[in-house]
Design a protein around this ligand. Sequence first.
Ligand SMILES: [Zn+2]
Length: 447
Amino acid sequence: MRFQLIGLMLLMASCTDPSLCADCTGLVDSGVDSDTDADTDTDTDSDTDTDTDSDTDTDTDTDTDSDTDTLRDPEPHDCFDVPTARCPAGTPTLGDASGFGLQKATLTWNYSRACGISWADPIYVRRPSDLRGLAITVDAWRDYTGVGFLAVDGRTVLDIEVESGPTAWWEPPFQHESAIASTLVLPNSPAGALPAGDCIGIVPIAPDDLRGEEATLWLSSQRGAAGREIDLNFIVVDGTDVTRTELSEAAGVVDDLLTKAGVSLGDVGLWYAEAPWGEYLPSGDGEEADLLRAFTPEGAPVPAVNVYFVQDIGRGGLYGFAGGVPGPVAVSGTAASGLVISVDSHLLSDFTTLDTEELGGTISHELGHQLGLFHTSESDGRDHDVLSDTPQCPSSRDADRDGYITASECRGFGGDHVMFWTAAPYTQHTWSAQQTAVFRASPAAYR
Ligand SMILES: [Zn+2]
């Protein structure tokens, strides 16, 4: 772990308009050539292939095995066009062979009046053989956006028109928050991985008629060897009472915890940013939180994860929150590009001393969310993550019958896990092997 003070003072005052804000943060195409953007190239001038012919060829190959069955176009849909099983000519390959890759496509919305949703023409990318992890972000600065349909070689992975089951949006393993910058992380579990195949087809969707509005699809990826280090950008909102020493101590705790998760903390940069509303963030889900997370200091590296420190959030009591479960990975400039952490929530009972151990624990927990991890058990003990190797704490452990399972009630049942839903009066330092695999495949763990 290397901790360095970059020491820039930046003004956010001009970032009051979301559309402007996306520009003023200077979105970075990190290590990506413009010609590898994931736009669907429908204008290739050498139209030498004919899709219908190649489909026919497949059908007449009677000696091939069941793999042929997967190369069948998905059923037509009511609300949007689904991707074909075969990628169009000129489809770019996903990612960068050197490791981390970031590609983007500008979306053009179509509108289904019958369904009341906007949808973009399918985006295609070819899957490289060394693909390790992928995060797909639909950024429309609008609630309820997301990946409406995802297929590999015509095999449905995720389908919003399915109400339940393993391909449904709202159920594991591919559930993702329909947020203002919605993200799907693959893999998020052994079950939540891309199936084998070459051609990845993605249909972004959003509510209402967004024709003419700007939107972007981001694809961040990791190829090759497993990741070992995750970098962080510490961004302190000016006026927040936290010292460089305290932040360094907290970073040390994050490093210890990440090491237990099979990765470690790499570079940590420190910036200060002035917010128009001051060091107290008015709420955890308002426009200010969106604008804060869309702000990236000039020169802040990608794919480092942004961590914003504020004095407190709303009326207090909130330790921090991620940009979604999962949130955008290695993508800056969206309304969900990072973690927000309250300093005051980590003060000891003297209301003066900062508990840097607990602060580091909160950063690690929210980082887990951002990169694709859910709570091992939710507060009621009825919902649990999709991972098979994390302990579940059932509602029957709620000894005092107050409706909440606490870490004390769940000792030995996952209460000691970093991704337990709430803090504990004892150390929470445990990760599972499947959680480790999610970290190591993340595009944020790029080296
Ligand atoms: Zn949480």
